[in-house]
Design a protein around this ligand. Structure first.
Ligand code: SF4
Length: 286
């Protein structure tokens, strides 16, 4: 099978899982924001750690990091979407793919292929899709509705960081190039700089990172949670406040919308609830 993202050839041997439902509202009710998770697990294997993995492990959905890194496609994705989408027409402002896996999982053409099928179906109901990835946005996705939006997560441009903390993801240059292609075709593009590391985890300057995506329409900066090392950094709160203010002011100088740390208007999705099925809800991970 040819990967629509990087155009390399891969064998397909992904396990399957069945779900009872697919699309759910996210955040406060009435916002029209929905999300879907059509894959269980993620081969990107982020070691920040990944919040989705922590929750899946906590609720017994995956036994280990190794199992999390062997993703399983939701086999009945299209059937569920066909059943659930009619009642969302005129109600959903967009569907986000995805909060608990990666829509364009690197070197997993079967995931990208399913994502593209799902995007086409969602768009056929006049509902835009927002995708977020640490993989490569495929060119096929850029042939769909121009109401769709594309995002990448990017917290460093140091490949040493990627190899240590995001071992299965696409190299930064390829990731940024994919978003750049979307921008050049007129799509709204956003960059999630979350979870941003403290200097005791990775020493870096945020300005070159911002500069790498200076074409983006929107940048969101968020701190690293669920990692004790953050609070071992003296003045970690001040570090985040200062970095947020720097990013906010830099974005203002470039005409880029900014959200997150030190922004005047911070909007965040609510935490996942205790029901294991809701593990697919709310928290941005990819
Ligand atoms: S943080 Fe996102 S990309 Fe990384 S393993 Fe978790 S779901 Fe995958």
């Amino acid at each position: 099978m040819t990967c629509p993202g990087c155009e390399r050839q891969y064998d397909v041997f992904m396990d399957l899982v069945i779900r009872k439902s697919l699309i759910y509202p996210m955040g406060a009710s009435g916002t029209g924001a929905y999300a879907a998770t059509h894959v269980l697990g993620c081969s990107h294997g982020c070691r920040f750690p990944c919040y989705a993995f922590l929750m899946m492990q906590r609720f017994g959905k995956v036994a280990s990091y190794e199992e999390w890194c062997r993703p399983r496609l939701v086999a009945n994705t299209m059937q569920l979407a066909q059943k659930e989408l009619p009642r969302l027409r005129g109600k959903a402002h967009y569907v986000h793919l995805s909060f608990a896996t990666d829509a364009f999982m690197y070197r997993h053409p079967e995931v990208t292929s399913l994502t593209l099928q799902l995007m086409r179906l969602i768009n056929s109901y006049d509902i835009p899709v927002h995708t977020l990835t640490k993989g490569i946005i495929p060119t096929e996705a850029l042939q769909l509705s121009h109401e769709n939006r594309f995002g990448i997560t990017l917290v460093s441009i140091d490949e040493g960081f990627r190899k240590r903390y995001e071992p299965g993801t696409a190299p930064y240059a390829e990731r940024v190039a994919g978003l750049r292609r979307a921008h050049d075709l007129g799509f709204h593009c956003f960059v999630n700089m979350e979870p941003y590391p403290t200097p005791n985890i990775w020493q870096q300057d945020i300005v070159p990172l911002l500069g790498a995506v200076s074409f983006a329409d929107e940048i969101r900066l968020g701190q690293l949670n669920y990692n004790d090392a953050v609070k071992q950094y003296p003045g970690w709160r001040a570090f985040y406040r200062g970095t947020g203010a720097l990013a906010r002011d830099w974005c203002a100088s470039q005409g880029i919308a900014y959200e997150g740390i030190s922004a005047a208007d911070v909007r965040r999705a609510s935490r996942a609830a205790a029901d294991p099925e809701s593990l697919f809800d709310s928290k941005s991970e990819t």
